[in-house]
Write a protein that binds this ligand. Structure first.
Ligand code: FES
Length: 150
């Protein structure tokens, strides 16, 4: 955690420093480890619950380690109304992964759900790394994930 100490030290007196601390922490570890978040909360005198609120709101942050391809299914209001549950179920079925659970290292995929990713007109939406897929259906999930598996 020495690197984390350096990051915190650089931002602890800066108002609004939480987001850059979280971004830099994720750059180092590839995700935001729970013990790191506790340390950040204590050092910045911010309640852990507030930090978890920030981390779970912004889709760029992850609380679990990632594999090569990170699948994010939006469960925001527009996507929920348009069938996000079916998309989540289809991703689980195709990959064998449960959302938010640490994936086995031999899987190419990590899987999580996120709040709105900002393209509600395309709902329901799935994101794989930096690629956005809109108007998703379970059939499209199978087709798209099949392309990533080959
Ligand atoms: S609610 Fe899913 S993109 Fe906005």
């Amino acid at each position: 955690m020495d690197k984390l100490d350096e990051i915190i030290e650089g931002y602890k007196d800066i108002k609004g420093g939480l987001i850059p601390v979280l971004q830099k922490t994720q750059e180092i570890f590839g995700y935001l480890p729970k013990d790191g978040l506790r340390k950040i909360a204590k050092a910045l005198a911010i309640p852990e619950s507030h930090i978890y609120g920030v981390v779970t709101f912004y889709s760029q942050f992850s609380l679990s380690p990632h594999n090569k391809y990170v699948i994010k299914v939006c469960r925001g209001t527009a996507c929920h109304v348009q069938g996000a549950k079916k998309i989540i179920s289809a991703v689980s079925k195709v990959t064998g992964l449960k959302e938010g659970k640490t994936p086995p290292p031999n899987s190419k995929f990590s899987f999580e759900t996120v709040a709105c990713v900002g393209v509600c007109a395309l709902s329901p939406v799935m994101v794989i790394n930096d690629s956005y897929f809109g108007k998703m259906t379970p059939k499209k999930v199978r087709t798209i994930l099949g392309q990533y598996e080959s």
